[in-house]
Design a protein around this ligand. Sequence first.
Ligand code: BTN
Length: 328
Amino acid sequence: MVSGFMYKKQILKTLHENKGEYVQGDELASEMGISESQLTSEIQELGENGYEIELSTENGYCLIKTPNRLLPYELERDLPTRYIGKEIHYYSEVDSTNEVAKRLAHDGAPEGTIIVAESQRSGRGRRGKKWLSPSGGVWMTIILRPDIPPSKAAQLTLVTGVAVAETLDQECRLDVGIKWPNDILIGGKKVCGILTEASTNPEGLEYVVVGIGIDLNVDVDSFPPELREGATSLKQELEKEIYSVKLVQRFLKNLETLYDDFKTGKFPEILKEWRKLSKTIGSRVEVRKKGRILQGEAVGITREGVLILEMDDGSLRKVISGECIHLK
Ligand code: BTN
């Protein structure tokens, strides 16, 4: 975690408000009620975190550049949400943001709390797979506490998928689509995965943690060959670095809007959006589940988010979960 969070937040607030101008060090220090030497060490630490802050002996400090990192001070500023992302837990490195989220949720963290890490040592994917999480990606988990039966928790994966796809579409104007149930694709290659985990108690659903992994400024070429083939990153698609803070802020806003709709019974409307974004419906697919393989044409998705396959003999099969592969 970045230490001295409150002081740095205050320093950055003042420097951002006076962007392009100099702020006198003695005035800033006395405004904050700290010594000038403490101010110097806080500013030094900000420099270590990638902030470019110029010091002129005559005029004071001037913010030149903010780092392309999901630091809480950056995420919080101008975040247009009411409750998602209002509490941020930031780590430069962590085992898995989903694991941290579960601990925090168990200890009572409020709905909308987010956990962000720059890299994960043991990122987890669906179906027990590892999730490669080098720095440059967005590795984040959101704690939700919806008042719904546990059986409906999986629907939040689809809601989140729509929020990610909308965000990438708005930010990058690329061919974004969703592969059932939760892979976000660009031009047929996976750019984001979602891992939803729910905890129940005798009264029902206790909390849901929704983990999102976006290969943003990641070099897919550094992935092992078996992962490289079907994967892409935004940086690779756009051939430039993407500013992660703006993208995540937009995602959190989109998610909050959709989640509010979800809580007021508008899942059918969200599914309509999901269907529009779906690359699975209308494709010939293979679904693998517990050693069983089904092949057919994906013809639809039910109100509950269950995939409907038309088998070669014309019969219809419903698939609740599994690994879906689009066949050429
Ligand atoms: C998938 O298999 O497609 C789901 C991948 C989910 C990865 C994200 S990264 C943030 C969060 N923490 C984890 O350990 N996993 C999820």
